[in-house]
Design a protein around this ligand. Structure first.
Ligand code: NAD
Length: 491
């Protein structure tokens, strides 16, 4: 019988790590709300207090999964899907209570949809070249342990989507979650691992740092056993990942502009803008953040927005809202506006109240006319107020949209029936996602074609991430044989 040293080493490491976890559990549990409430000691079911232990345990889990058939990856992914779907109400409510941003129904929907729609093992297609010189087979192999950084805007949903894609590719993952969404992240990860351990016999495939900091993120970036990093977040973490010296998949920030031209179906455009911009109170990175409308239909478009249920704020109201919602952050050349925590991801009626207007709590979006240089146009505001800018013509609208997107090349949207205008804007914007005549989420297969992920890697070019994003190409070549179309006389 052949002895597999890697497997034995990994099992021993896992047992040692569990013993260490149990020993330290008594002292760490009280400090960790997740451990205390679920009576799970750190060091088990994916929960770790330090990066070294988390990576070592994830590596051990990876080695074990490597010994298993691909069918086991499917089983593991099905477990993650099942928990995300069946427990979406409980976990979505936890996420809402902890982060206090967005809308409960969308927290729940995001978990369910990512559980249902993130592509799995079936996405890994083997390629083959056959010719006179034989056969070359290209397969997609795992990297090993992936370090993931996740945002507060979709704490557990991003982990769910990342876990499905990364495990489909055969990897294990260590997550450094956003500190403000760490408890729900830990609770989800604990449930995933507990079920995977019970049903497949592998623990810590999805590991997590329970008290994440910028230092633990840096340790993850630098860890020699982390083969790849995947960050989903704003400008600072995107920069940090690009400077990490490690291969990185970077799903960075956006500020998606919308252009409406004179050929658009204005009522349809208004409904789409409300659907996208109001979803989870505008926390989606792909969500409509500012709208440029050609002058000849500007007033008609504003009326269409009101007909569709959004509430229009006056200029003085917008200025009061701006003072309450945005503030100058950064220093020197990095000075820019940022959203204030108190109003980020809050309901439209709260924004209206800050503007001095009382509106029905059922109102999903407030909007109004601003100039192009208004901070609400230039800032990724992540709240359900959308500024509308009156433009001379289509070319000016596209030029301003391009400037407001700040070169992120993330997402842009057009409402038009003019194919030439669509083409022109698509070429100028050069964004990873370009949506025509739909709400932003249609570009992720939610009402449009294509597949779903909540990590859209613009800066590093992978686009909407899939299991293939998290694999290495490996080629096996057989020379001369197994190519069956050649002449028999050569054999
Ligand atoms: P954030 O940038 O504040 O935090 C994201 C993550 O990065 C968190 O875990 C945070 O702790 C970590 N982080 C921040 N600065 C860091 C640094 N210097 N070094 C290491 N880690 C660091 O963003 P957020 O508020 O949690 O999420 C919203 C942002 O994420 C928006 O800019 C949005 O566009 C972006 N986002 C992008 C995508 C995408 O697919 N491209 C998806 C979701 C969110």
């Amino acid at each position: 019988m052949q002895i597999n040293e890697n497997l034995i080493r990994s099992v021993v490491e896992q047992v040692l790590s569990e013993v260490r976890g149990n020993q330290s559990g008594a002292s760490t549990m009280a400090a960790n709300p997740v451990s205390a409430s679920s009576s799970t000691a750190l060091g088990r079911f994916g929960l770790f207090s330090n990066v070294d232990d988390a990576v070592r345990s994830a590596r051990a889990a990876f080695e074990q999964m490597r010994e298993r058939p691909i069918a086991d990856r499917r089983k593991i992914i099905d477990i993650v899907r099942r928990i995300s779907i069946d427990q979406c109400v409980e976990l979505g409510t936890m996420e809402m209570e902890e982060t206090k941003i967005g809308r409960l129904e969308h927290k729940i929907a995001k978990l369910k949809t990512l559980g249902e729609r993130t592509p799995g093992v079936e996405f890994l297609k083997t390629e083959c070249y056959s010719g006179d010189h034989g056969l070359a087979v290209i397969e997609h192999a795992p990297f090993g342990v992936i370090g993931a950084i996740t945002p507060v805007t979709h704490s557990l949903p991003t982990i769910t989507g990342n876990a499905v894609s990364m495990i489909a590719g055969g990897n294990a993952v260590v997550v450094n979650p956003h500190p403000s969404g760490r408890k729900v992240a830990a609770e989800g990860v604990r449930r995933f691992n507990q079920a995977i351990h019970a049903e497949v016999g592998i623990d810590n495939l999805i590991s997590l740092i329970c008290e994440p900091t910028l230092e633990t993120a840096q340790q993850l970036f630098k860890h020699r056993s982390v083969a790849l990093i995947c960050v989903t977040g704003g400008p600072a973490v995107a920069r940090a990942a690009l400077n990490s010296g490690k291969r990185a998949v970077v799903a960075g920030p956006g500020n998606p502009p919308v252009v409406v031209d004179e050929t658009a179906d204005l009522d349809h455009a208004a409904r789409c803008i409300i659907q996208g911009a109001a979803y989870d109170n505008n926390l989606l990175c792909i969500a409509e953040k500012e709208v440029f409308v050609v002058g000849s239909v500007f007033d008609a478009m504003m009326s269409a927005m009101e007909r569709a249920g959004a509430v229009r704020l006056t200029s003085p109201e917008i200025e009061r809202l701006t003072a309450a919602a945005l503030q100058v952050v950064g220093e020197g050349s990095d000075k820019h506006y940022g959203a204030r925590k108190e109003l980020l991801g809050q309901d439209a009626y709260k924004l209206a109240a800050a503007a001095g207007r009382s509106v029905d709590p059922k109102v999903e979006l407030v909007f109004g006319e601003t100039t192009n240089d208004h901070p609400f146009v230039q800032t990724e505001q992540m709240m359900p107020f959308v500024p509308f800018v009156r433009c001379k013509d289509f070319d000016e609208a596209v030029r301003l949209a391009q400037a407001a997107e700040h070169g992120y090349r993330h997402t842009s949207i057009i409402h038009s029936r003019n194919v030439r205008n669509m083409t022109k804007m698509a070429r100028v914007m050069d964004t990873t996602l370009f949506v025509k005549n739909g709400p932003c989420m249609a570009s992720l297969g939610l009402g449009g074609e294509g597949y779903l992920s909540f990590s859209i890697a613009g800066p590093t070019g992978e686009g909407v991430t899939t299991p293939l994003t998290f694999t290495r190409e490996r080629r096996c070549s057989l020379i001369e044989d197994l190519h069956v179309l050649g002449g028999i006389s050569n054999l």
